[in-house]
Design a protein around this ligand. Structure first.
Ligand code: CA
Length: 234
């Protein structure tokens, strides 16, 4: 799955240059030119990571970062602060405001990409292409295959695209309970136009897809809370 990045930068030339390079590196990029546009973008689709310029017209990037950290929906949003100010105290206030990392301009695209991947690996591994394995079940985003290793060989799982994304997200966040709203945000990328019971439909299909390999039990229903992928103890 292509990771969604939101670039919040008021200097159009810089924003465009970043977008071109990030798209070339395989990311899906949206640009916001100020705090209001950034908030509107976040309200509509939660990105996998935000690159947030400190100096914006009107509300600053720092204020935005603090506001996002204070709200449940955006509390864990991976966030890299960009700034022309390289002073140590600025770096500290950026990290205090909740940024996961901090990059002083000018930076190379290579460095930017390395920082983005490091933050995603730590906070949103479902946005990366690394294969993941839980309870003998293996999912590989690069080849789009799900399989189960058994004593008598490897068994492939036939699975639809939405169920694949759902399983990927749950496998990269095992043991945690996800509400339907959180799953809509993180798997569908849009919590406004889709009903929550859509999640139930796809969880049912996912269990059906996992039944032939005896893995349907990995997906647990947590009453009144949502769903969890249980990681069996080895
Ligand atoms: Ca700026």
């Amino acid at each position: 799955m292509m990771a969604r990045l939101l670039v919040v930068e008021d200097e159009a030339a810089i924003a465009e240059l970043m977008a071109i390079n990030l798209r070339h590196a395989g990311f899906d990029v949206t640009i916001a030119g100020d705090a209001d546009q950034a908030q509107a973008a976040i309200d509509s689709v939660l990105p996998d990571l935000v690159l947030l310029d400190w100096m914006l017209p009107g509300q600053s990037g720092l204020t935005l970062a603090k506001r996002w950290r204070a709200q449940a929906r955006t509390r864990d949003l991976p966030l890299i602060m960009l700034t022309a100010r390289a002073a140590e105290e600025d770096k500290i206030s950026g990290l205090d405001a909740g940024a996961d990392d901090y990059l002083a301009k000018p930076f190379s695209i290579k460095e930017l990409l390395a920082r983005i991947r490091a933050v995603l690996r730590r906070k949103a591994p479902e946005a990366l292409d690394s294969a993941v394995e839980v309870g003998g079940l293996r999912l590989d985003p690069a080849t789009h295959r799900v399989s189960r290793n058994r004593d008598d060989g490897v068994q492939e799982v036939k699975i639809g695209p939405t169920e694949f994304r759902l399983l990927h997200f749950m496998m990269t966040h095992p043991e945690r309970v996800h509400s339907r709203a959180q799953l809509l945000d993180r798997v569908w990328g849009d919590h406004v136009f889709i009903e929550e019971r859509t999640v139930d439909v796809h969880v049912k299909r996912l269990r059906e897809a996992l039944t032939p390999v005896q893995c349907a039990g990995l997906i647990e229903t947590v009453r009144g809370a949502g769903y969890r992928l249980a990681a069996p103890r080895p």
